[in-house]
Design a protein around this ligand. Structure first.
Ligand SMILES: Cc1ncc(COP(=O)(O)O)c(C=O)c1O
Length: 376
């Protein structure tokens, strides 16, 4: 019975996409829908999936990328032997669009995501999508779902999730020859309902997210599957995330769950240099802002022994920009490290956070040209 329901829904979605005229009438109807008609309580949104109007897709086959296709289906037709299903040929990105103070829609640094998407594809033997095609798809999916870009002042934004999968039917372990890139969007709330409040994290030498010369510096699904058990352990113990040590020596701070780590000491922004962490676009931006604000920046290995010297500590990433860290518990040694107040973020982290949010919201001049403003 359940199988029947699933099958019908799946087939219906496939047929919908193939019914001539249906999509064009939906696209035409889109223009008449407005943000106000969404009936979304923007202030209560969480960081989870909500259906929007359209997604965009592009397939690489016979050695070339095809046209950008618009779909309103939430399903993907896949061969049961598709390489993504068996050998994990999958990569993804995460970026956001914001409605600014001036009402305009801004996408934050999409070119950096396009570059990282290429590196991720190359890192697991997939065909890289050209930068310009990636950007065109990002613009298109945001434009088509404009009514889901939350209003200015709600703290919410439109999360854009591009992903690439190997779709060639394969049984032997080798790279696919055919790929599909899909971009979906969903409105998300401020990452922390409680606001920009410090959190507690833990670390343990029992878990590695990635291998020393593995795929840590690219954004591929396998890294996240490998982190789930450690993440659940941290959650079950009451911590926000697991802080990973470098996988080779377990001496240095590497990555903070699915976010980078930074600390503040003596008016210096210190962040790990490691080949097993994902180069975060938020971290890159915060480093630039730190320099702009006269804060020194150091990217270098951070030994565990240095933790007690930090005045402030924080995770950073697209989802929350900065998640200040008040406490790190070392589950193996029983040592604890604390930074600042448990109730509010430190002054430097707060300044960096506010400045980055102000750029994304169009409240201050975007002096580095990071935001792409859509002409809609
Ligand atoms: C493992 C990991 N590190 C860091 C980040 C932060 O990167 P970004 O600032 O580009 O979102 C993310 C999120 O994308 C991540 O998944």
């Amino acid at each position: 019975m359940v199988i029947n329901v699933l099958k019908t829904d799946y087939l219906t979605n496939l047929i919908y996409n193939k019914t001539p005229g249906r999509l064009s009438s939906l696209l035409a109807a889109k223009t008449t829908l407005t943000m106000a008609e969404n009936n979304i309580d923007w202030g209560s949104l969480s960081f989870s999936y909500m259906k929007t109007d359209f997604n965009v897709r592009c397939t690489f086959t016979n050695g070339k990328w095809g046209p950008i296709e618009v779909s309103d289906s939430e399903y993907v037709p896949l061969h049961i032997a598709a390489s993504c299903l068996h050998y994990g040929q999958e990569s993804f990105e995460g970026l956001k669009a914001f409605r600014g103070k001036d009402g305009k829609v801004r996408i934050f640094r999409p070119i950096e995501n396009a570059k990282r998407f290429i590196r991720s594809a190359e890192g697991i033997g997939m065909e890289p999508m050209p930068e310009e095609l990636f950007l065109e798809m990002v613009r298109k999916v945001v434009e088509l779902n404009e009514r889901f870009v939350p209003p200015y002042g709600t703290g919410a934004s439109l999360y854009i999730r591009p992903f690439q999968i190997g779709i060639t039917p394969l049984v032997g372990v080798k790279p696919a020859t055919d790929y599909m890139v899909i971009m979906l969007v969903t409105p998300v709330g401020p990452y922390f309902k409680s606001g920009f409040k410090p959190c507690k994290v833990c670390m343990s030498r029992d878990h590695d997210r990635v291998a020393p010369k593995g795929t840590g510096s690219i954004k591929v699904g396998g890294n996240y599957a490998a982190s789930l058990v450690a993440g659940e352990r941290a959650h079950n113990l009451g911590y926000s995330v697991m802080l990973y040590l470098d996988p080779k020596e377990k001496k240095y701070i590497d990555e903070c769950g699915a976010a980078n780590f930074f600390a503040i000491k003596d008016n210096t922004y210190i962040t790990p240099a490691s080949e097993s962490i994902l180069p975060s676009i938020t971290n890159m931006s915060l480093r630039q802002i730190a320099e702009d604000l006269g804060v020194k920046v150091e990217a270098r290995p951070i030994a565990i022994e240095e933790l007690p010297t930090f005045e402030e500590a924080s995770a950073c990433g697209t989802a929350a920009v900065c998640s200040p860290i008040h406490l790190i518990d070392d589950l193996d040694t029983g040592k604890s490290y604390t930074f600042g107040s448990p109730d509010e973020a430190g002054p430097v982290t707060t300044k960096l956070y506010n400045q980055l949010r102000a750029i994304q919201n169009g409240e201050v001049e975007d002096i580095h040209g990071w935001c792409e403003i859509l002409d809609i």
